[in-house]
Design a protein around this ligand. Structure first.
Ligand code: C2E
Ligand code: MG
Ligand code: MG
Ligand code: MG
Length: 291
């Protein structure tokens, strides 16, 4: 089922999940425990410069290592946490852990930009910007190093992100990025309303890029529009050389995907950032891509 998403191993788990509400209750109990017992982990996936392949930052992606079930993917437990009112605790843990990790990297001489994903429920916390900037202060994270990703649908929801929150984040030196761009209802009004700094083109467009003229036209238009608005464009889910070449031609600024690296532990990412060669496809210089 989810094979094309690279999540084949989760399929059994997910279908199993929908079958039994007892399982849901059990999983929820385990999730509460996991937050207390620190069974959660952040993995980091590089974003690279589309022209020369150098690392521009990483996205923090949440993982849960369940003692019996193994890795539970965020598409399963994040919605569960949202429904159960646990997303505040979970989100706070992510903010804290990302800042703590940035401080460790800085101490090792590695100045790495990190983006974290925010749930629409977190956006409703009136003190969210304050929590984030307090965590940054606690761990002495310089402004501009931490950024937040929110999905396009969250950005558009009435009850979702507000201008006030984005202004507060900007004042705290936290840039905002629109995730999964193209999958919301694509009303573009919020791009004028909110001072965002980055657009991430959803993987579904990247997936069809090399085979569909329509997908290509959309990505082309999105990149032009974003640039006209002064935004950086990141393509997510870049898996093939053909996709990379096309995105490069269309002027996409940054790329993220398995072609470069899967999400990695903090320790591995530090090695990768210093020398991407051993664990990933070595990016070729642009000149060699011609033709
Ligand atoms: P997202 O923010 O759009 O993250 C990108 C997802 O695509 C990640 O899945 C990543 O592992 C995957 N991915 C990256 N490159 C490729 C590729 O080349 N091919 C394929 N097939 N997949 C790729 P992941 O880690 O399972 O996360 C799924 C979603 O869960 C995220 O989508 C995000 O919406 C949510 N999520 C993850 N961590 C957090 C978190 O800390 N807080 C919240 N609220 N949501 C989170
Ligand atoms: Mg994201
Ligand atoms: Mg995304
Ligand atoms: Mg996505």
């Amino acid at each position: 089922c989810a094979k094309q998403n690279g999540r084949a191993s989760y399929c059994f788990f997910e279908s199993h999940m929908t079958e039994s509400s007892r399982d849901q209750t059990e999983l929820l109990r385990d999730l509460r425990r996991a937050i207390e017992r620190r069974q959660l982990e952040l993995m980091y996936q590089p974003k690279v410069d589309a022209r020369d392949g150098h690392i521009t930052g990483v996205e923090a992606l949440l993982r849960w290592r369940h003692p019996d079930r193994g890795w539970v993917p965020p598409v399963v437990f994040v919605p569960l946490a949202e429904r159960a009112g646990l997303i505040g605790a979970l989100g706070d843990w992510v903010i804290e852990e990302a800042c703590r990790q940035m401080r460790r990297w800085l101490q090792d001489g590695l100045r790495l930009k990190v983006s974290i994903n925010l749930s629409v429920h977190q956006l409703r916390q009136p003190d969210l910007a304050q929590r984030i900037s307090q965590a940054m202060q606690r761990h002495q994270v310089p402004p501009g190093l931490l950024s937040c990703e929110i999905t396009e649908s969250a950005a558009m929801e009435d009850t979702g992100i507000t201008r006030g929150l984005v202004d507060q984040l900007a004042a705290a030196g936290v840039p905002l990025s629109i995730d999964d761009f193209g999958t919301g209802y694509s009303s573009l009004g919020y791009l004028r309303r909110l001072p965002v700094s980055e657009l991430k083109i959803d993987r579904s467009f990247v997936l069809d890029l090399a085979t569909s003229g329509d997908a290509c036209a959309i990505v082309d238009a999105v990149i032009r529009m974003a640039h006209a608005l002064g935004l950086t464009v990141v393509a997510e889910g870049v898996e093939t050389e053909a996709q990379r070449r096309l995105l490069n031609r269309l002027g996409c600024d940054q790329l993220q995907g398995y072609l470069y690296a899967k999400p990695m532990s903090a320790r591995l990412i530090a090695t990768w950032a210093r020398d991407p060669a051993p664990t990933a496809v070595t990016p070729q210089p642009v000149e060699q891509l011609a033709g």
